[in-house]
Ligand binder design. Structure first.
Ligand code: HEM
Length: 471
């Protein structure tokens, strides 16, 4: 019997038992797979009772998890971390007590403002999140490749992300949306300098640093608190690319950074990073010219030197991206005794929203997914910061007393070589030229405060670009 004359089966009686079944094909796994819907005759309607069809479609539709609201595109790798220097003086976290202590890790690198199709070389903030599976429990260290953030209060994140996203009208990138972010928030000027320098374009994740941006607290066995910022540095050295190479590579291979990481590990070459911390006595906040809990600032490395803590070796690729990488749930609140959060206003907002996002994205049992599982976890395992600390004050919504929006932006600009300064000005001008005149004016006023030379160079470059874009 063949399907072409099956329409007459009803009239003639079913002769299927005499012919090989053609609607069942063996799959790679050897199981049979149904490949025809159940119909009334060959050309008749599909039956509502076809539970095989329903289950096949439902399984397909619900087979992927929801994308992350931020840092959507990402790549994962696995390996181990070991402590090289005892941090006992500053934290009681067991992980950091004795050199040689080693734990497994899972890492996810990501693009902060992305969808699955965003080119890896786009101007972007790269995420660099690490899950340490320690005997005490899971510690998540969530970092970005740039050490500063756009704003200093988590309440502004929705607005910031809307400025970084495509237009809600037509889903196209809109320069005015992006540049009005920097016009609206003078505190984003330091980020502007970092982001629009060539530090914002990357082709290899093996060559990026990671910075916690937010300030955490370390608590030692004697109950002494220190502010801490975490930093990863690639053992293979830091490397960036310029805008032209980034744009060319975006066309050649939009997944170049993920491919580079995977291929390197697949060839047996481990990817390594050093973990360092900067430590600060919280009392210093009273004398510093800036607020150390302000995420738009870095800490001067001469005053707060980088202390080496340990090494991470990534030597294992994922075998199942959906289960091992997509379902990773990083949370700045996944801390351990001795590792706490501080009063940093960005971090305080973040300590609630990641687990909310993950309940929505992965379901209420996300902590039981193998990559997130901590044996015997209960809410009591969470480390809530600051027990024993006395805090009092008037309840308010207020700007911090020392916002100082421009000093560090100037210092960063002045630290660049002449070639880096030139690229920065050119990168800014090529984008800012497409913004509205009022936005251009305000951003140029901010740049004037960073450096009159930078503002003048950007203005000159914009004139050149304006003539080519017909403005
Ligand atoms: C300003 C407030 C912020 C809010 C409200 C926020 C919120 C979020 C949310 C909801 C996610 C997705 C979580 C998930 O679905 O698993 C996320 C991911 C992420 N965030 Fe933030 N974020 C903020 C600031 C920051 C800062 C300052 C950093 C710097 C280290 C950062 C680094 C990351 C990274 C690296 C990821 C990706 C984690 C992964 O690979 O799964 N975020 N953020």
């Amino acid at each position: 019997m063949d399907n072409n004359n099956g329409g007459s089966q009803v009239e003639k009686g079913n002769t299927r038992d005499t012919a090989p079944p053609k609607n069942v094909t063996p799959t790679k796994t050897g199981c049979s797979e149904v490949c025809h819907s159940q119909t009334v005759g060959v050309r008749g309607p599909v039956l509502v009772q076809d539970t095989v069809l329903h289950e096949t479609l439902e399984t397909f539709v619900f087979s992927t998890t929801l994308p992350r609201r931020l840092h959507t595109k990402g790549f994962g790798a696995f390996g181990y971390y070991y402590t090289t220097h005892s941090m006992k003086e500053y934290t009681k976290a067991r992980l950091f007590q004795i050199p040689g202590q080693q734990v497994p890790v899972a890492v996810r690198f990501s693009l902060a403002s992305s969808n699955q199709g965003t080119p890896d070389t786009s101007r972007n903030v790269r995420g660099f999140s690490t899950k340490f599976y320690t005997a005490e429990g899971i510690f998540d260290l969530i970092c970005n490749h740039l050490p500063v953030f756009f704003v200093r209060d988590a309440i502004l994140i929705a607005d910031v992300i809307s400025h970084l996203s495509p237009s809600p009208v037509n889903n196209l990138p809109d320069p005015e949306r992006l540049w009005s972010l920097f016009a609206k928030y003078p505190e984003a000027t330091n980020m502007l300098i970092w982001f629009f320098s060539d530090l914002g374009t990357v082709k290899s994740l093996r060559h990026i640093p990671g910075h916690s941006v937010s300030t955490y607290v370390w608590l030692n066995a004697q109950g002494v608190r220190h502010y801490v910022k975490y930093h990863w540095f690639p053992m293979a050295g830091v490397a960036y690319i310029d805008r032209q190479e980034a744009q060319w590579l975006a066309c050649q291979d939009p997944d170049i950074a993920g491919r580079d990481l995977y291929d390197c590990i697949a060839k047996g070459k481990a990817v390594e990073y050093e973990l360092c911390v900067q430590l600060m006595n919280p009392e210093d906040a009273k004398i510093l010219p800036f607020d150390p809990l302000d995420d738009t600032k870095v800490w001067d490395e001469t005053r707060y030197p980088l202390c080496p803590v340990g090494r991470m070796v990534l030597n294992c690729n994922p075998e199942n991206y959906a289960e091992q990488v997509d379902k990773l749930a990083f949370d700045p609140a996944n801390l351990l005794p001795g590792l706490e959060f501080s009063d940093d206003k960005v971090l305080q907002g973040r300590t609630f929203i990641y687990s909310d996002a993950q309940r929505h994205r992965l379901g209420p049992n996300y902590r039981n997914i193998p990559v997130n599982r901590q044996p015997n976890w209960s809410p009591a395992c969470m480390v809530s910061s600051g027990n024993g600390r006395y805090v009092a004050g008037e309840i308010m919504r207020a700007e911090i007393p020392n916002p100082d929006n421009f000093t560090q932006a100037t210092q960063k600009y002045e630290s660049f070589s002449p070639a880096e300064k030139k690229n920065l000005a050119d990168n800014i001008a090529s984008g800012l030229v497409h913004a509205l005149p009022n936005t251009q004016h305000i951003v140029l006023c901010h740049l004037e405060q960073v450096s009159p030379v930078l503002a003048a160079t950007v203005r000159d470059q914009m004139c050149l670009y304006a003539s080519t874009v017909g403005k």
